[in-house]
Design a protein around this ligand. Structure first.
Ligand SMILES: *Cc1c(COP(=O)(O)O)cnc(C)c1O
Length: 407
């Protein structure tokens, strides 16, 4: 079986983790701090907080802004559940909107749902393809939308408009108009889950990029406290001589990153631009070259004049296919020993969100895209030979399903 997305773990990763295990310091410490600094250097944002997941990062961001009951957060119907779950955790209302043909949230659909309860807009860079950030940032800064905004916390008062919190779980290293994903929104959140482009097994990071007069360094410190029980000192500071006494300044969360995770991340980041992105791009290019030859294939856009993907998910679509046929197609591909996936089941298809009253019929484009989509294997160690096998088997499976359809 050709797997979908195994992590790249080699001797360098093992050595770096071993070094941490032998160092006497395995939780949040020097490696996490170094990883945070290197992420900020890479993305060009002032401060980055490393955490145990992207989900924790998004929730910390919403909580920091004071999002709560009665507030609305606009996000695409086409995303992973975590983007909406964190809004639910805060007691606020996820306002789901339909997406465009590139799978991303559209400005028009955001505009249609923005109102005086809206506190945050959460674009999601699906598959690693950045959303149209300039238009979204301009919208929340426009006089008309600013005049709708009702600030109810000091942070909201200071920003004076809706927050743009990007779910950049897929898009570390993607570029929009010459800028990396960490500086496209007020806050961007990356995931380092095992299947993501850059992994720490589990993990995530929140990139702070708040405008003047916010003090990003001070907010970074606040968020470190919020992610560790609300404790005034982290474990390393307590560990130092005479450092036993600490205070708890809020009922904080427990979602810090450990140095074991950061050790994996440091190795991954060091070779990300040099090795990971070029390899993923080559795999994308080969898929597009091969599938473009078939009339039924709709290949994804992952580069244009002002955007460049992080090549996270290769989202192939089969023209004119319906949900049940796509499901049959996936079975057929699995039968041929290739692991594929669907990114994503739109939220209104999932029981919890369906039971909240969200209806799939209200998001026709999301449903249409989902019904015809299959995600193909992309990972560093996918050999050229295995990639050719994927192409052959997927093409043969599609042709057999399409033939069944005709007869
Ligand atoms: C993976 C993913 C997340 C969640 O990331 P975790 O690190 O597992 O919390 C959020 N949003 C999207 C779009 C994702 O794919």
């Amino acid at each position: 079986m050709i797997p979908f997305s195994p992590p790249r773990i080699d001797q360098r990763t093992i050595d770096e983790v071993t070094d941490t295990l032998q160092s006497g310091w395995i939780t949040t410490g020097p490696k996490t701090k170094r990883f945070e600094q290197l992420l900020s250097d890479y993305n060009g944002n002032p401060n980055t907080v490393c955490l145990n997941s992207a989900t924790a990062g998004m929730e910390l961001g919403l909580r920091w802004f004071g999002v709560g009951p009665g507030d609305e957060v606009i996000l695409p119907a086409y995303t992973y559940c975590s983007t909406a779950n964190v809004v639910e955790h805060c007691g606020a209302t996820p306002v789901l909107v339909d997406v465009g043909n590139d799978f991303n949230i559209t400005l028009e659909n955001i505009k249609a749902r923005i109102n005086s309860n809206t506190k945050v807009v959460m674009p999601v860079d699906i598959g690693g393809w950045p959303c149209d950030y300039d238009t979204i940032n301009d919208l929340v800064r426009s006089d008309a939308v600013k005049s709708l905004f009702k600030a109810t916390t000091p942070e909201q008062e200071q920003l004076g408009r809706m927050l743009v919190l990007s779910d950049a779980a897929h898009s570390l290293g993607a570029v929009y108009k010459g800028r990396n994903t960490g500086i496209l929104a007020d806050i961007s959140v990356f995931s380092f889950h095992a299947v993501k482009n850059l992994t720490t097994a589990e993990g995530g990071a929140l990139a702070l990029n708040l405008p003047e007069p916010f003090d990003n360094a001070a907010i970074y410190k606040e968020m470190c406290v919020s992610s560790l029980h609300g404790q005034s000192k982290d474990a390393l500071a307590k560990f130092r001589k005479g450092g036993w006494r600490y205070d708890v300044v809020e009922a904080g969360y427990k979602c810090n990153m450990t140095d074991i995770q950061a050790a994996i991340g440091l190795v991954e980041l060091e070779r990300y631009v040099r090795e990971t992105l070029p390899r993923r791009r080559a795999i994308f290019d080969r898929y597009s070259e091969a599938f473009s030859a078939y009339p039924w294939a709709i290949v994804p856009t992952y580069e244009n004049d002002h955007k460049c993907s992080s090549y996270h998910v290769y989202m192939l679509r089969i023209d004119g296919i319906e949900e049940a046929e796509r499901d049959a197609l996936i079975d057929e591909i699995y039968r041929r020993e290739v692991a594929v996936n669907v990114h994503f089941q739109p939220l209104p298809l999932l029981s919890y969100y369906k039971n909240q009253g969200y209806q799939m019929a209200d998001y026709p484009n999301a449903f249409r895209l989902y019904s015809s989509e299959i995600s193909l294997p992309v990972y560093f160690n996918l050999s050229n030979e295995d990639q050719e096998t994927v192409i052959q088997e997927v093409a043969a499976a599609v042709e057999s399903v399409l033939t069944r359809k005709v007869t």
